[in-house]
Design a binder for this molecule. Structure first.
Ligand code: ATP
Length: 349
């Protein structure tokens, strides 16, 4: 197991350090190489993402473990764009995988919902849509300014993310896949999604395929999350509805994610950002980073390690051994200590 590690900025560095403690405990044999990338590096020497590092990630590593990128000292966020979007596009990490799993029902903001009710996974397209940067500005800064952002949907790109969702459902005994778009208003690109969805769904007669416009999906995720098992959607909508999902599962500090290329190296990161408001205070919740590590283990063929992490995180939540944003009093390091105690006793039994 050879893992490239980038703490990045702000609390990204803090939570990845905790994830590494868990990694050392569970897989001491893993080879870790840390990369000095992020706002500090950019401000020091202007480097954002050297192409030779991207090539090394592509050729030499089994996975990339990333914290967060974003720093108020770099208002353009150019380094974050080059590193994270650069990796997504250049390493073709076309699946953004976001499990929405409630581990402690007291943390769900919805009334009368338990852990079985909030348990689905979102496949967000990660390389196309509105996030390619295609577009332009005209008469910038004048009252007549025009700004155009183009949404790109390719047949191949749409098909592979929809197929990934069905393949996952099939493999994991999930019975339903719901596709969300806005085809009633976006008649070209999302018509393509509709047609491709029907074609791929027909190959999986045992899986119930349904469609919702994304606005209805948002309402339904709140009203009746239990109706979802697998959701597939485009880049922008996926970005938004998975943040809604993060709140349903108890908060952004509990949301892990994978950026996956099934045929190449993949990247795992907590969903939250660098949180400049709490950096250096020792109160960042490390659980999202630790859950992302679990996802990485499953991806690398060690699902039993993700199960252990999952159980340890759940027990830690149930015991209220949490950081202040979840109402607890523990520090970042103390939460990891609690996880490690559980993992140790788990190993010995
Ligand atoms: P970005 O712009 O990349 O989304 P951000 O840090 O501004 O980054 P979020 O990550 O969405 O935005 O975080 C919003 C707020 O939630 C943070 O400012 C912080 O107060 C809180 N937060 C986020 N992650 C954590 C965490 N792991 N532990 C505790 N609080 C967190």
């Amino acid at each position: 197991m050879k893992i490239a590690v980038v703490g990045g900025d702000g609390i990204g560095v803090e939570v990845i350090n905790e994830g590494l403690r868990v990694m050392k405990h569970l897989t001491p044999e893993a080879q870790i190489e840390k990369f000095d990338l992020g706002a500090d590096r950019y401000l020091r020497d202007g480097t954002t993402m050297p192409s030779e590092i991207m090539e090394r990630w592509r050729n030499e590593f089994d996975a990339i473990y990333l914290g967060a990128l974003g720093d108020p000292r770099v208002p353009s966020n150019v380094h974050a764009k080059d590193i994270l979007l650069g990796a997504r596009f250049q390493l073709d990490l076309f699946i953004n995988l976001r499990p929405i799993t409630l581990l402690d029902e007291r943390r769900c903001p919805l009334k009368n919902k338990d852990c079985d009710d909030v348990n689905f996974i979102v496949f967000r397209e990660n390389t196309e849509g509105l996030y390619t940067g295609i577009g332009g500005q005209f008469k910038r800064g004048t009252p007549d300014e025009v700004a155009i952002e183009q949404e790109m949907n390719t047949r191949k790109g749409v098909e592979r993310i929809i197929r990934a969702a069905f393949t996952y459902a099939d493999k994991h005994g999930r019975k339903k896949v719901c596709m969300a778009d806005k085809a009633n208003a976006m008649r070209h690109g999302h018509d393509l999604w509709q047609r491709v969805f029907k074609i791929v769904a027909a190959e999986y007669p045992n899986i119930e395929a349904s469609h919702l416009y994304v606005d209805v999906l948002s309402m339904e995720m709140v009203r009746c999350p239990e109706r979802f098992e697998v959701i597939v959607t485009n880049n922008l909508f996926g970005d938004i509805v998975t943040d809604l999902g993060a709140i349903l599962q108890g908060g952004i500090g509990l949301a892990g994610s994978g950026n996956i290329n099934p045929n190449g190296v993949s990247l795992f990161e907590p969903v939250h950002g660098s949180a400049p408001d709490i950096v250096g205070k020792g109160i960042a919740n490390p659980l999202a980073a630790i859950l992302s590590l679990g996802m990485m283990y499953t991806h690398l063929g060690r699902p039993e390690l993700e199960k252990k992490i999952f159980k340890a995180v759940q027990d830690t939540l149930l015991a209220d051994q949490v950081t202040p944003e979840l109402g607890g009093t523990l520090s970042t390091t103390e939460v990891t200590d609690a996880i490690l105690v559980r993992l140790s006793s788990d190993v010995s039994t």
